[in-house]
Design a protein around this ligand. Structure first.
Ligand code: PMT
Length: 403
């Protein structure tokens, strides 16, 4: 996969720079040609001589070669590369990338790069968790930069937490996955042209009175990612969304609903015209039997609210599915995950089910990542921790295999 690939390896000032030598060696051994760009601070953590030796290329730090005054053209470098990998990426460099600052060769090369860009953040846990760093990483994601998630463990500060740069072998695997998805994205472009899909996302809201409601933690991120992935491949997508704070995805028809009943009506009305549906919403299983007209007044006694079952949308679509339609469900579990998910697969007549468990860190509600298993009647494929966008791509790949 990496044979003959041109990779620029950017190294910034972080203690994790010592791992860049191993990373560089792994990339070179896998057949890539690597050119290393370092910031001035990075030179204090690992020597240019080490990086030049392992990369088999001169190291680039300044805009001019200090020895002969030759111009180190960031534009040419940017054109040469198939991938720009910045590992370690410090909080400072990511902040500058997010803002478009270009005050060193590593950053001007970023702005000139036409290839995919990936960063492997490395920093102390508080710096990593800081709202400013998270905001900058979110901006980079929106700009199309791949983030190779840091790991948790002992940090240089002596603290324990998230912020350790991913291990070199894991970074190489992430790089291979980026090349694989770039190639397949290229091939897959518009592979779903002429197809129509329904996607549900977000949390339903079941009113108790004009003030209170029953709901859950779904942010809508997973379902929106699926809708975007289907639309990117040329499908017409109708996204039936419960409450979320997300921006509407481009090129997707959005239908906003609140309650499970409204979601049921919106889906049932449209399903017959679809080639498939992906049921990602976290739908309430119970709703109050009666919605109070006025705010319920408190008194000194305890109270209980009588609930009734909602209608199961996925199961209803499963019953009315016609030949050729693909129906995908999700299963959010907290125990007996596989058994419960397989039960839902059969009961709702799904083609496959995407199982995620709240017991796994990085999976489930709200975050930008998920850990899922794709289960159909023949096999169970466990996927590693991935961004929700990448999980969506894998789900859509599987949908294509059913069409
Ligand atoms: O939105 P995020 O914050 O990104 O989080 C993503 C997620 C955790 C919500 C998502 O990955 C997920 O697991 N969604 C399904 C959650 C859920 O309600 O699972 P369930 O096991 O209760 O339901 C099984 C399936 O039946 C689901 O496809 C669900 O959409 C569907 N269902 C459930 C009840 C109902 N009345 N109608 C339904 O269609």
């Amino acid at each position: 996969m990496l044979k003959g690939k041109h990779i620029i390896l950017g190294v910034t000032g972080s203690i994790a720079a010592y791992k860049s030598a191993v990373l560089c060696r792994l990339l070179v051994s896998a057949g890539a040609e690597v050119k290393v760009v370092m910031t001035n601070l990075a030179k204090q953590f690992i020597t240019p001589l080490t990086m030049a030796t392992v990369s088999k290329n001169p190291i680039l730090v300044d805009f001019f070669n200090p020895e002969n005054g030759e111009w180190n053209s960031h534009v040419k470098l940017g054109e040469w590369a198939d991938l720009y990998l910045i590992a370690p990426a410090s909080a400072n460099t990511m902040a500058k990338m997010a803002a478009g600052v270009a005050d060193n060769l590593l950053l001007t090369t970023y702005l000139s790069a036409r290839c995919p860009v990936a960063v492997a953040p490395a920093m102390d846990l508080d710096m990593y968790a800081h709202v400013a760093t998270q905001r900058n990483m979110e901006q980079l994601k929106q700009d199309g930069v791949h983030i190779i998630e840091p790991g948790s463990g002992f940090l240089a500060s002596g603290l324990i937490g998230k912020g350790r740069m991913a291990e070199p072998q894991d970074i190489v695997e992430a790089v291979e996955a980026i090349f694989a998805s770039e190639t397949t994205n290229h091939q897959k472009k518009k592979s779903l042209e002429g197809k129509r899909f329904l996607v549900t996302a977000g949390a339903t809201i079941e009113p108790i009175d004009p003030v209170r409601f029953i709901s859950n933690h779904s942010s809508g991120k997973m379902g929106y990612a699926v809708a975007e992935s289907l639309a990117k491949r040329g499908a017409e997508v109708v996204l039936v969304s419960g409450r979320t704070a997300l921006e509407k995805p481009q090129g997707v028809e959005c239908v906003d609903v609140l309650s499970a009943e409204e979601m049921f009506e919106a889906c049932v009305e449209r399903f017959s015209k679809m080639d498939g549906a992906v049921m990602c919403a976290a739908v309430a299983d119970y709703t109050p039997q009666v919605v109070a007209q006025d705010k319920i007044k408190k008194n000194d006694d305890d109270m209980s609210i009588a609930l009734k079952r909602t209608r199961d949308i996925a199961a209803h679509l499963g019953q009315h599915k016609r030949e050729g339609q693909v129906l995908v469900g999700f299963a959010m579990e907290t125990e007996n995950e596989e058994q419960n998910a397989t039960g839902k697969l059969a009961k709702k007549n799904l083609d496959f089910i995407v199982m995620n468990s709240l017991r796994k860190e990085g999976a489930g509600f709200r975050g930008d990542t998920n850990i899922v298993s794709l289960i159909d009647s023949h096999e169970k494929v466990d996927l590693p921790l991935m961004s929700k966008a990448d999980v969506a791509e894998r789900i859509v790949d599987k949908i294509e295999s059913f069409l």
